[in-house]
Design a protein around this ligand. Structure first.
Ligand SMILES: [Zn+2]
Length: 424
């Protein structure tokens, strides 16, 4: 499986693309979103006058294993070593982590005798709950700045990318995981086989792996094309991720469907040879649902691109009409996914005057590629726009509640995904 892994180097961009799981050439496009800058590279005013790197956002589907994937245009070292995203900034994500900890500890009888390892442990947002229970915990996190925050909280963390090499080093230091987990990391791993092979090495004979990642089924059915960005290399159905794990001697024995990130899966894996945990009905049911939808047929994947183009046309129709009527439009939020949408649709300050965000790091900066200024949310009540364009559509209910006051001057909300909708 990993025959290609050693020979990449700088040739990646020029070579015929190949599947990061099965190694076959990629010839089928799932969707082509044109050229885009890295979605987290918000610009300062000085940077507006400089060149800005853009990379293709062309997503392929492998005709052999159906892995939907982006090529590795940018080395992860350039994306993840200094990361602007601190998981602990989100209250709902912290609550998610806490609930997970309670349930998993109870279900698999974890205690002070257990060892938990989290891959891409960020600022310790999750492991802190295991540490509080006296469970031996270790984080593996490549971004030094967020790892430092975790260590300051007393969470042991090694600053490394995870794969076979790191797993061997940790095993030599006698780390073996009863629980090995990773949230929103599997999709962001360029060398998928090396990563999963590393997990196989680090897992105790009766240990459990849990991983969370956005579900491709939700992406396709709910038209979430803006969740595609360069940092996000793979887009998994359950059936495909099961094949990937099976190739490395790991078996998926349970799955949960979660509402996070527009719809995610939490998979549970064990060693193939560990017969102490049987495969749940939920696994059987989800596989048959994916099969019925067409996830094991190449043709199914071809319908998505046209749907995306039509969404762009409808959104631009709305914006052009609103501007012709003399309306003002302000954005709300500056999430990574907003940048894919703005760049793909060509939405700049000709449509949206500015956007606002609660993260002070982004204030005074500009959205990558489209150069829309980002302000503090107070700007909305100062300028009283006619429309508020909600970029993090997955939080639309929460945001419309927070911004209830804009109705005082008759403003309406615009939500772009799954297709443009206006709320009064
Ligand atoms: Zn493949």
């Amino acid at each position: 499986m990993s025959a290609n892994c050693g020979e990449r180097g700088d040739k990646t961009n020029m070579a015929m693309p190949y599947c990061r799981f099965c190694g076959q050439n990629l010839v089928h496009t799932f969707v082509d979103l044109g050229m885009s800058p890295l979605c987290e590279s918000f610009l300062t005013m000085e940077q507006l006058n400089q060149m800005e790197p853009f990379y293709p956002l062309r997503v392929y589907v492998c005709e052999h294993c159906f892995l939907v994937q982006l090529q590795e245009y940018v080395r992860p070292e350039n994306i993840f070593t200094e990361y602007a995203y601190f998981s602990s900034y989100s209250d709902s994500w912290l609550q998610h982590a806490k609930t997970y900890t309670e349930r998993i500890v109870e279900r698999f009888y974890l205690g002070p005798h257990s060892q938990v390892v989290e891959l891409a442990s960020n600022d310790g947002y999750l492991l802190q709950y295991f540490v509080q229970k006296g469970i031996l915990s270790l984080g593996v996190e490549p971004a030094a700045n967020v790892a430092r925050v975790a260590m300051e909280k007393g969470i042991p963390t090694v600053v490394k990318f995870f794969g076979v090499k790191t797993a061997q080093e940790l095993s030599r230091e006698r780390y073996q995981a009863d629980l090995l987990l990773g949230n929103n990391v599997l999709a962001q791993v360029p060398d998928l086989n090396d990563f999963v092979a590393g997990m196989k090495l680090l897992l105790k004979p009766e240990g459990v792996i849990t991983m969370e990642f956005p579900h491709l089924m939700r992406l396709i059915e709910e038209n979430q094309f803006d969740t595609i960005y360069h940092e996000h290399f793979s887009y998994f159905s359950f059936s495909t991720v099961e094949r990937v794990f099976a190739a490395h001697g790991l078996m998926l024995f349970d799955v949960e469907e979660l509402p996070t990130h527009g719809g995610s899966l939490r998979i549970y894996a064990r060693h193939a040879e560990d017969t102490s945990k049987s495969v749940s009905q939920r696994v059987v049911e989800l596989k048959s649902r994916e099969d019925a939808a067409g996830f094991n047929c190449l043709e199914y994947y071809f319908s998505f691109a046209e749907k995306v183009k039509e969404t762009k046309r409808r959104l631009l129709d709305f914006l052009i009409k609103a501007k012709r009527e003399g309306k003002s439009i302000a954005g709300y939020g500056a999430p990574g996914k907003g940048n894919t949408l703005l760049n793909y649709c060509g939405i700049r300050t000709d449509f949206i005057d500015y956007t606002v965000d609660r993260n002070p790091y982004k204030h005074g900066r500009y959205t990558p590629g489209t150069h829309i200024p980002i302000y503090d949310p107070d700007r909305i009540s100062e300028t009283r726009p006619d429309y508020i364009f909600i970029l993090p559509w997955n939080l639309k209910t929460e945001i419309m509640k927070q911004l209830a006051y804009v109705r005082d001057w008759g403003a309406q909300f615009v939500v772009p995904i799954p297709e443009v909708m206006v709320y009064s």
